[in-house]
Design a protein around this ligand. Structure first.
Ligand code: C5P
Length: 229
């Protein structure tokens, strides 16, 4: 059984206001993308990687890919399009029940033990699972005027993180269905949920942040210093 790894890294990262896409900003002497791939490789060295890159990417360095089995895939206009393109390269190669793990290139701080916990959870799982962290702040629902409409009960609310792992055939069907019905898909789990299924939440660290804004890079550098290499 092959473990497939999809890393969407085709975003332009305009919210970073940097001179290059955020996955290529330096983090402890290497690019964010190189750090993310190295972290994944430490826990899943045998996985087969599909790396989604912008067709006009001027920064990618193949030496940053530690996987022996990998393929570059042209990214799409949205994250979900990039993931769908990567999945399409698995046709005829992946078995229906192979696991596909999708992990954002912009999350270099995912802990090795969280990756291991996700992998372990899959051993007893039929549908799939995602790393997630319980919400710590009080959550407000806004009305159209930007005023508080009400406070959402925080109990049972989670931040969806990545990796998210689903069976190949189920994920393919779910993303196809979401496209056909116009369902908004900001992560893989939301497409699975739209099919009436309930992915498993695997508790993961809040330090698995997605680098989005300039301050996130500073935080990520600090987090990496605190995590043992
Ligand atoms: O933009 P956002 O932070 O949500 O992107 C999450 C991940 O998806 C990033 O690693 C980014 O490079 C990737 N992405 C992609 N293709 C896109 C947009 C984002 O692979 N069209």
């Amino acid at each position: 059984m092959t473990l497939w790894l999809i890393v969407p890294a085709a975003g332009r990262g305009s919210r970073m206001q940097a001179d290059r896409p955020k996955q290529y900003l330096p983090l402890h002497g290497r690019s964010v993308l190189a750090r993310t791939l190295a972290r994944l490789h430490q826990v899943f060295p045998e996985a087969a990687l599909r790396l989604c890159l912008d067709p006009d990417d001027a920064y990618f360095d193949p030496d940053d890919v530690p996987f022996s089995e990998w393929q570059r895939v042209e990214g799409g206009s949205e994250r979900v399009d990039s993931v769908r393109r990567a999945l399409s390269t698995l046709a005829g190669k992946a078995a229906d029940d192979d696991w596909v793990l999708v992990h954002d290139a912009a999350r270099p701080c995912v802990r090795r033990e969280d990756l291991a916990a996700l992998s372990q959870a899959l051993e007893h799982e039929a549908i799939g699972a995602l790393l997630a962290a319980p919400v710590a702040d009080t959550m407000k629902r806004a009305d159209a005027r930007g005023r508080v409409s009400h406070t959402e009960p925080r109990d049972g609310l989670w931040h969806a993180l990545t990796p998210q792992a689903f069976r190949y055939d189920l994920l393919r069907q779910a993303l196809d269905a979401a496209l056909a019905t116009g369902t908004a898909v900001t992560d893989e789990a939301s497409a699975i949920e739209a099919m009436g299924l309930s992915p498993l939440l695997v508790p993961g660290g809040r330090d698995n942040l997605k680098i989005t804004r300039p301050e996130d890079l500073i935080l990520a550098a600090r987090i990496l210093s605190l995590q043992s290499e």
